[in-house]
Every structure is written in structure tokens, then in C-alpha cells.
Design a protein around this ligand. Structure first.
Ligand code: GDP
Length: 173
């Protein structure tokens, strides 16, 4: 029998949540395939992906990313080490609902899970209604990481996952 060489030192599960249409599947397809689609979810929707990152000490961390929950919440959240909560900076209700998503996370995931709050669609300057300052203040209060992204322009997509993975890695080491 041949020895199977693993291509990573650590494997972490990350789940993406947030209201529908905030851009979760496009963030994931930008990250994993460098693709963006203007169409709605029904035609693109990618729901699973992986992303590797090399830490400063050369260790390779692999993220297994779940982009959408099925009917059952428990298996979706099971063993998640990281959570990305996405809202749309042009839709205030998607930002208000972040509180509900945080409550759900606290119900299903262990307390030491790393959470990153992501405000997506920052390319739509004229339509923005949620400011950087208010979301940043909220994230600080909740003690979670915050970043603004654009899946369309590929802004901060890699940085946000890498920041999440770095924080997860720090907890486990
Ligand atoms: P999901 O339901 O959260 O997975 O959202 P989708 O990824 O399906 O995106 C919903 C809609 O928003 C689609 O029409 C996308 O093209 C659009 N969209 C997603 N991300 C961005 C972005 O960064 N900028 C802009 N302008 N549109 C986006």
C-alpha cells in the first residue's frame, strides 16, 4: 500500500451565512474559481469549495467552505471552526439581520468559533446605505473581525478568508 501524502497540515470547516442575495455564492466562486456571475443564485449557486493558505511558519491550512445550509441547520454548522456572516452594504435589512445570524451561530456552534463579519457589494458606491463606521463599531462590540468586500471587483475576497483562517489557526496553536 502506498502512503497517501496529505497536501495540508490542518483542515478547518468554514460556513458562510447571511440573508439570501447578499453575495455568498459569488464570494465563494470568486475565491475558488475567480468567477463572478451577474445572474441570480438559481443559475450559479456554488455551495461548496476549498481554499488553501500558507501560514508564516510554512504550515498549510486548508479551509473546507460550506456556502449554504440545507434544510437541516445542525449538520451544516457541525464542527465549524469559522463562520463568515455576509450582509449587503446596499440593503440595510441584510445588515439588521446580522444580529439574528449571530444568535443562530451561538445556538449551533461552540463558543470558540471565529466569526468574521463581511459587508459585500462595496463597488456599488451610490447605493450604499450601511456605513463602514457603524459596522466596524458593531463588530468591535461583538468582538468579531470585520471586512468589506466586493465579489464583483474581487476586493478583499482573499484577505477576508485568510484573516479568518489566521485567527482559527491561532486558536488551535
Ligand atoms: P447569495 O444568495 O447570498 O449566494 O447571493 P449571490 O452570490 O447569488 O448574489 C446575489 C446577487 O448579487 C447576484 O445577482 C450577484 O451578481 C450580485 N452580487 C454578488 N456580489 C456582488 C458584488 O460584490 N457586487 C455587486 N455589484 N453585485 C454582487
Amino acid at each position: 500500500t502506498r502512503k497517501q501524502a496529505s497536501n495540508h497540515d490542518h483542515l478547518f470547516k468554514v460556513v458562510m451565512i447571511g440573508d439570501s442575495d447578499v453575495g455568498k455564492s459569488n464570494i465563494l466562486s470568486r475565491l475558488t474559481k475567480n468567477e463572478f456571475s451577474h445572474d441570480t443564485k438559481s443559475t450559479v449557486g456554488i455551495e461548496f469549495g476549498t481554499h488553501n493558505m500558507k501560514m508564516d511558519n510554512k504550515k498549510i491550512v486548508k479551509a473546507q467552505i460550506w456556502g449554504s445550509a440545507g434544510k437541516e441547520k445542525a449538520p451544516f454548522y457541525k464542527k465549524a471552526a469559522g463562520v463568515m456572516i455576509v450582509y449587503d452594504v446596499t440593503r440595510r435589512v441584510s445588515y439588521e439581520n446580522v444580529k439574528k445570524w449571530l444568535t443562530e451561530v451561538k445556538t449551533y456552534v461552540s463558543a470558540n468559533v471565529v466569526i468574521i463579519l463581511v459587508g459585500n457589494k462595496v463597488d456599488m458606491h451610490d447605493l450604499r446605505v450601511v456605513t463602514t463606521e457603524e459596522a466596524d463599531a458593531f463588530a468591535k462590540k461583538e468582538n468579531i473581525v470585520f471586512m468589506e468586500t466586493s465579489a464583483l471587483k474581487s476586493t478583499n475576497i482573499f484577505d477576508s478568508f485568510n484573516e479568518l483562517l489566521k485567527q482559527i489557526y491561532d486558536i488551535f496553536n
